[in-house]
Design a protein around this ligand. Structure first.
Ligand code: URA
Length: 215
């Protein structure tokens, strides 16, 4: 089993993101302003992979999705199905805990305008690959959005063309399952591309896959 080695707080791999981090450290000195660590146990069977921290959400709080609009949708869905315990209060010290679930991002540093560049997704992929390899009980990866889907395929060494992204699609990739969802972003919710029942249905599918994968 690989040893988990997350990026350090001054990860130098992406020059544009380093410049943005320095800018944000001056502009928002109280924010976390560093690669946002994954949340949840490495022993979890489910890994949820988002896109990247939001400037005033996860980049401020230091916990994935925490303080971002998408976090309201995600953590409420996790609470409903027992993948989280406590109360989600949009801050990292709210005491919320994850159950059988871990959350990370395809890109761990906040990108300008929420848009990581392909080189940044590629640079950060080494951390995702390492994290997946360091999860001994991992059965299912839930990808939120196309960038996450492609990042997971890259980390697993699969060609993206063989496994198409589609909301609700599930794939078996050697010993792991991959499940796709539209990202639970404010944009997707506001445009109706993703509804709360659609997202809850994907989370329920995740439960079913995990139940059958255990047998
Ligand atoms: N959106 C993501 O994809 N990840 C976060 O951590 C926050 C918002």
């Amino acid at each position: 089993m690989a040893t988990y080695s997350p990026p350090d707080s001054n990860c130098p791999l992406c020059p544009r993101l380093c410049r943005y981090r320095e800018h944000n450290r001056k502009q928002y000195p109280d924010f976390f302003n560093a690669p946002v660590p994954s949340f949840g146990s490495l022993d979890a069977p489910l890994l949820i992979v988002g896109l990247a921290p939001g400037l005033k959400g996860a980049n401020q709080s230091g916990r994935p999705f925490t303080g971002d609009y998408a976090g309201i949708i995600l953590y409420n869905a996790l609470l409903k199905l027992g993948f989280a315990r406590g109360e989600y209060k949009e801050r990292a010290d709210d005491g919320l805990t994850l159950v059988d679930c871990r959350i990370t991002n395809a890109v761990r540093c906040v990108p300008p305008e929420n848009k990581p560049e392909p080189s940044e997704i590629k640079n950060c992929n080494a951390f995702l690959k390492n994290e997946i390899a360091a999860m001994p009980n991992l059965k299912l990866i839930l990808s939120l959005g196309l960038i996450s889907h492609n990042a997971v395929l890259g980390a697993l060494g699969h060609k993206a063309s063989h496994v198409k992204f589609a909301h609700g699609a599930a794939y078996r990739l050697s010993s792991l399952h991959l499940l796709d969802s539209y990202h639970c972003s404010r944009y997707n919710i506001n445009t109706g591309r993703l509804t709360i029942p659609m997202f809850d249905a994907v989370m329920e599918k995740a439960c079913i896959i995990l139940r059958t994968a255990k047998q």
